[in-house]
Write a protein that binds this ligand. Structure first.
Ligand SMILES: *Cc1c(COP(=O)(O)O)cnc(C)c1O
Length: 412
């Protein structure tokens, strides 16, 4: 295997930890390059979930019996792991949700209902995932508020001056991605927060992509909310994270109502549980949280900085290789980007690219990547997107390049 072994990072060893990577696709070794949609899971994550259901399954926060105590400890232990991973100040600032989409919807409801009124404005960017567009559209519709969109340039970089020009006394929230899933752009998140805070405006960062490609420190970023999703962090589906500053979360009304989120219930009036439980109605995804905790342990053991360096090497290698293919145009060429190779090919619809490379065992994504406005911005209906994770290799990129050669032959 041609792999660059960076100090402290051995990609062959990392690959061996992911059992699914040993399977075939279309009768060939699987080349998995759809990581921006979801990542594969290391054996330790799979084992942690099996172990939970085999040995400690019980409902949390409820029983006095031993099993319930053990399950609660494991669930709350996972929350501590999330706090440490994102360097949040307090564990009660970590809310478990189903995914990043639910985290963002939680803020749109709880914060939005309280702070966004008629004629107020919410500012997003032109490179958002639908999950960071539609909840704000729904909120604005409900409240009679207005959604404003900060533009991006031809490389896919946020235009900071134009962004700042949108901020005013009516702006009640800025919600921007930390890394674009369609373009790979890493946004200047700390700078965005600094600018917004100078105007007295809180900021939500959509960290769905960023969180598994670079170390994230919510205190250094100083963001008010940070949304992440477990299944991209090499963890299970069905578990997400919302970080919120305690000072901000404390004053918010609940999102969903039900068990666990209350302090007391009468038919006249209910009162709310303390943070973070106020925002965790009903039985949570206990196994999912524990699996996510195991995934974060795994990422930490590999070292996210090591993984990021490896992925940056692959990104540079892949960018050069794809750019050298006649008729291919890269979409998203920001100076600061990670792990996403989005492209179009002259005379070939992206769906045909996806279908033909799939026959070679290469899994990429084609379509609008849940970011239709990004496609509109670049004047394309769709792109083909290869997205990298820590276990990908130069061999994977070479396989993609060979498969794209097949596409050229078919459409010659
Ligand atoms: C994947 C993704 C989301 C949504 O994640 P879900 O797990 O589907 O909730 C939101 N934003 C970005 C940038 C993403 O990549």
């Amino acid at each position: 295997m041609t792999s660059v072994v960076a100090a402290g990072f051995d990609v062959a060893q990392v690959r061996a930890d992911f059992p699914l990577l040993r399977r075939q696709a279309r009768g060939r070794p699987l080349v998995y390059l759809d990581n921006a949609a979801t990542t594969q899971k290391p054996q330790v994550v799979i084992d942690s979930i099996t172990r939970y259901y085999t040995e400690i399954n019980a409902n949390v926060h409820r029983g006095v019996h031993e099993l319930s105590e053990v399950a609660t400890e494991a669930y709350e232990g996972a929350r501590v792991k999330v706090r440490v991973f994102f360097n949040a100040r307090e564990t009660r600032e970590i809310v478990f949700t189903r995914n990043a989409t639910e985290s963002i919807n939680l803020v749109a409801h709880a914060y939005g209902r309280q702070h966004v009124q008629k004629d107020d404005e919410v500012v997003i960017s032109a490179m958002e995932h639908h999950s960071n567009i539609v909840p704000w559209q729904l909120l604005c519709e409900r409240q009679g508020a207005r959604l404003r969109v900060a533009p991006i340039d031809d490389r896919g970089e946020l235009m900071l001056d134009a962004f700042e020009a949108l901020l005013g006394p009516r702006t009640k929230l800025v919600a921007i991605t930390h890394m674009s899933n369609a373009l790979g752009t890493i946004t200047p998140a700390a700078e965005i927060v600094r600018i917004a805070h100078a105007h007295g405006i809180p900021v939500l960062l959509d960290g769905s992509q960023a969180a598994y490609h670079m170390p994230v420190d919510v205190q250094a970023l100083d963001c008010d909310f940070y949304a992440a999703t477990g299944h991209k962090l090499y963890g299970p589906t069905g578990i997400g994270v919302l970080y919120g500053k305690a000072s901000v979360l404390t004053d918010l009304p609940p999102f969903l109502g039900g068990g666990d989120m209350i302090a007391s219930v009468t038919f006249e009036k209910s009162t709310w549980n303390v943070l973070p439980y106020k925002f965790e109605a009903g039985t949570p995804d206990i196994a999912g949280a524990i699996g996510l905790g195991a995934a974060l342990d795994y990422i930490t053991s590999v070292g996210l900085e090591n993984a990021a360096r490896h992925e940056q090497d692959l990104l540079a290698y892949g960018t050069e290789a794809l750019t050298a293919i006649p008729g291919i145009r890269m979409i998203g060429t920001a100076a600061h980007k990670a792990s996403i190779l989005s492209f179009v090919m002259d005379g070939v619809h992206p769906h045909d690219i996806g279908t033909i490379v799939d026959r070679e065992g290469v899994a990429i994504r084609t379509g609008h990547h849940c970011a239709q406005p990004v496609m509109d911005r670049f004047g394309v209906p769709a792109t083909a997107r290869a997205s990298l994770a820590m276990y990908n290799t130069r061999d994977d990129v070479d396989a993609l390049v060979r498969a794209l050669g097949r596409v050229r032959e078919v459409f010659a």
